[in-house]
Ligand binder design. Structure first.
Ligand code: GAR
Length: 201
């Protein structure tokens, strides 16, 4: 049986698309069983619908109770019985209720080389700092902001004429490749976390 992935998204969904494309091959070992979004009407959700994958949209309303939203998110995800939850451009932090149920099997992709430049603006922050190499990091989600144990990283050179948009586009190309390859390996072999060190069998 392929591993069941629930993918959480907020925006364009190019990383989701890479997973949807990869999982059309039965040898990949994983299949996207649902996609959840914290916004209504995202391109990512359109991609999921086009692929025939069930979706749910769960925005966090202004002034709403964050803990309730987090518990509801955990319930919705749980209803699809995932082996692995993949945050692919999901711009919210998962909270205690979510991690109590899915901690250790929730992974996130971030467009910078951790521990540098956590947060919402990885490419922009890397460019502003003047680094010559940045990239993307796939990690196991913990309570922090982009702080969890690292599953994989991929480097991307910063070019003299880069804007944050052009840099992010190249990061995303490398990121998708890393995401697809690593999720496939995890799905087929599993992984173990020992302190900060992660081994994919
Ligand atoms: C990706 O680069 C992802 O790493 C980033 O948003 C982009 C989503 O692209 N996530 C974060 O910055 C989270 N801190 P996509 O919607 O086209 O997959």
């Amino acid at each position: 049986m392929p591993a069941r992935l629930v993918v959480l998204v907020s925006g364009t969904g190019t990383n989701l698309q890479a997973l949807l494309d990869a999982s059309t091959d039965p040898a990949y070992g994983a299949t996207v069983v649902a996609v959840g979004a914290d916004r209504v009407g995202t391109p990512a959700v359109r991609r999921a619908r086009e692929a025939g994958v069930p979706v749910f949209e769960l925005p966090l309303a202004q002034g709403a109770d964050r803990a309730e939203w987090d518990a509801e998110l955990a319930d919705r995800v749980s209803s699809f019985d995932p082996d692995l939850v993949v945050l692919a451009g999901f711009m919210k932090l998962t909270g205690p209720a979510f991690l109590a149920r899915f901690g250790g099997r929730t992974i996130n992709t971030h467009p910078a080389l951790s521990p540098s430049f956590p947060g919402m603006h990885g490419p922009q922050d890397a460019l502003a700092y003047g680094v010559k190499v940045t990239g993307a990091t796939l990690f196991v989600v913990d309570e922090g902001v982009d702080t969890g144990p690292i599953l994989a990283q991929t480097p991307v050179r910063v070019l003299d004429d880069d804007t944050s948009e052009s840099l992010h586009e190249r990061i995303k190309a490398a990121e998708q490749e890393m995401l697809v390859a690593t999720v496939g390996r995890i799905a087929r072999h599993g992984f173990t976390v020992n302190g900060r060190r992660v081994t994919i069998a």
